[in-house]
Design a protein around this ligand. Structure first.
Ligand code: ATP
Ligand code: MG
Length: 199
């Protein structure tokens, strides 16, 4: 079983996330990609625009059509979402399989700021996907497969702004857009409205 962890805030999930996972699954012959929304993302000071349950639900809706994609609640709850904890739990569940960590160039560039990053680097093989405007260095002992075939300018931050401006961005899957509209999400882009926003 070749399993990839794909963490993020997914605030909201977009076509870039899905394209990245599809390409990684194809190139690296993954059996499963676990999309794992962070409840309290340490690198965003815990602040998100939409609540955990809404972000999880949108990820679940977006993963429905893809056999190898699965939404995971492993980072639900009140604790900070440190990847090393998630990795340790998944490793215990899949002791024999290959464990991959799928990540964009922007996030990988900051790997050395992560809680217990050396242990993260020892525990998984990274699949790092290019992202326009971001370069990264590979720490000495990290196992990294570079995936440089994609250059997708889409980001959740940009989509939040466009949703707040009343646009219907085509980068959001239709079922996710329906959920956003039905629940009145992202109507304002002011970051002071974020869940857990700290002044
Ligand atoms: P935000 O703008 O709120 O940070 P985002 O679009 O970066 O949102 P995240 O949930 O932060 O989305 O990202 C989850 C993971 O997906 C990260 O590893 C990130 O690097 C990767 N990712 C997101 N968008 C892209 C993209 N367009 N190309 C490559 N990787 C991406
Ligand atoms: Mg991001």
């Amino acid at each position: 079983m070749r399993l990839a962890i794909y963490g993020g805030t997914f605030d909201p999930i977009h076509s870039g996330h899905l394209a990245v996972a599809r390409e990684a699954a194809r190139v690296c012959s993954l059996d499963r990609v676990l999309f794992i929304p962070a409840s309290i993302p340490p690198h965003k000071e815990g602040a998100t625009a939409a609540a955990y349950e809404d972000r999880y639900r949108m990820v679940e809706l977006a993963c429905r059509g893809e056999l190898r994609f699965e939404a995971s609640r492993i980072e639900a709850g009140q604790q900070s979402s440190y990847s090393i904890r998630t990795i340790e739990r998944l490793r215990a569940e899949h002791p024999a399989g290959g464990l991959f960590f799928l990540i964009g160039a922007d996030a990988f560039a900051e790997i050395k700021t992560w809680h217990r990053w050396r242990e993260v680097v020892e525990a998984v093989e990274f699949i790092v996907v290019s992202r326009p405007g971001y370069e990264y260095e590979i720490p000495g002992n990290a196992r990294v497969q570079r995936l440089d075939s994609l250059r997708l300018p889409v980001s959740s931050s940009d989509l939040r702004r466009r949703l707040a401006a009343g646009e219907t961005p085509p980068e959001i899957p239709p079922e996710v857009l329906r959920y956003i509209r039905a629940n009145g999400l992202y109507q304002r882009s002011d970051e002071r409205n974020y869940v857990n926003f700290h002044q």
